[in-house]
Design a protein around this ligand. Structure first.
Ligand code: PSU
Ligand code: MN
Length: 299
């Protein structure tokens, strides 16, 4: 497997010297936000990590390799290209073998981070169980990978485009530990809380200790840290619900399903909120990068 990994110079050095490193995904750049904001955000996230003396490793698939850590030119390609594949587990081999350009989802980023020896990963929101999953069976691969790849994922919960109670039930079934950071309410991405209850945890040290204990016990599953958006930046749950419903209606009208659904809903919501949701999205990812860096330092 090692022959497929290509480390940037900084990430290679940091890992060799046992310095803290965090992984960042690339689907958020290619499919989650429009250009040029995606490029700015990718750069800003890396800068936040560096200011905290943590090395950021943005991950993608390019030229037949799994790239661990991207140079600016690579980020630019990802941010601009409109033929980037969205890569979950099933797509990794195909995109590498055919030497295509692939952006990694939470699922694929966890897998690649684990190959690279990176234990903490910051993102915006994870995929989950979609509303109406009882008809469509649309359950994100992210949830399965959380159950079998030993990486800590810091997210702002999950978007309310999903069915949050079903998402939490599914994670419980799959044995994934979920902790609310300084909260016992599962956050709903744009909103700092939903009505769903989770276990509360208060410090990065405790998160690192639980992770280490799990690993030592041979429980090689991942862990989800749900980090609420700071209240001053949030969009209230009820207000979001209206936007989400009209995005969902439009998806149904246009027969959007499968891997297209999540990116479609994300871009519709940006349009409906006239960019306000994008600002919120950026704030929460920054907040997640900070927490991921604190956890990586403890580890
Ligand atoms: N949710 C968001 N923003 C995102 C995604 C999800 O709020 O950018 C992206 C992530 O990369 C996530 C993927 O892993 O979508 C999930 O897609 P799907 O639902 O098709 O599994
Ligand atoms: Mn899906």
């Amino acid at each position: 497997m090692k022959k497929y990994l290509e480390f940037s110079k900084n990430v290679k050095e940091a890992l060799k010297n046992k310095q803290p490193v965090i992984a960042l995904e690339s689907t958020i750049i290619s499919h989650g936000m429009p250009y040029p904001q995606n490029m700015e955000v990718a750069g800003r996230l890396e800068a936040i990590a560096r200011e905290m003396d943590v090395t950021p490793a943005t991950i993608c698939l390019m030229d037949g390799k799994v790239k661990i850590g991207l140079e600016k030119a690579d980020l630019e390609i990802l941010a601009k290209a409109n033929n980037v594949a969205k890569v979950s587990r099933r797509d990794i081999g195909r995109i590498i073998a055919l030497k295509k350009l692939g952006a990694t989802t939470v699922a694929a980023t966890m897998i690649a981070a684990n190959w690279a020896g990176i234990k903490v990963f910051a993102t915006g929101g994870i995929g989950g169980v979609h509303r109406n999953a009882e008809d469509t069976f649309d359950v994100s691969n992210d949830l399965i990978e959380l159950s079998r790849v030993p990486v800590i994922v810091v997210s702002a919960g999950a978007k309310a485009i999903l069915d949050l109670p079903k998402t939490l039930e599914y994670l419980e079934t799959m044995g994934v530990p979920i902790y609310g950071y300084k909260t016992d309410r599962f956050p709903a991405f744009y909103s700092s809380q939903s009505n769903q209850v989770v276990d509360k945890i208060d410090t990065p040290r405790q998160i690192a200790d639980i992770y280490k204990t799990n690993i030592e016990l041979g429980l090689n599953n991942g862990m989800l840290i749900a980090n609420p958006i700071p209240e001053k930046y949030e969009i209230p749950f009820d207000e979001m619900e209206k936007y989400i419903n009209s995005a969902l209606e439009k998806a149904t009208e246009n027969n959007i399903t499968g891997r297209e659904l999540t990116p479609f809903l994300l871009s519709e919501i940006v349009k409906i909120t006239e960019g306000k949701s994008l600002q919120t999205n950026i704030k929460l990812v920054e907040n997640n990068v900070q927490l991921a860096c604190e956890i990586a330092k403890e580890l």
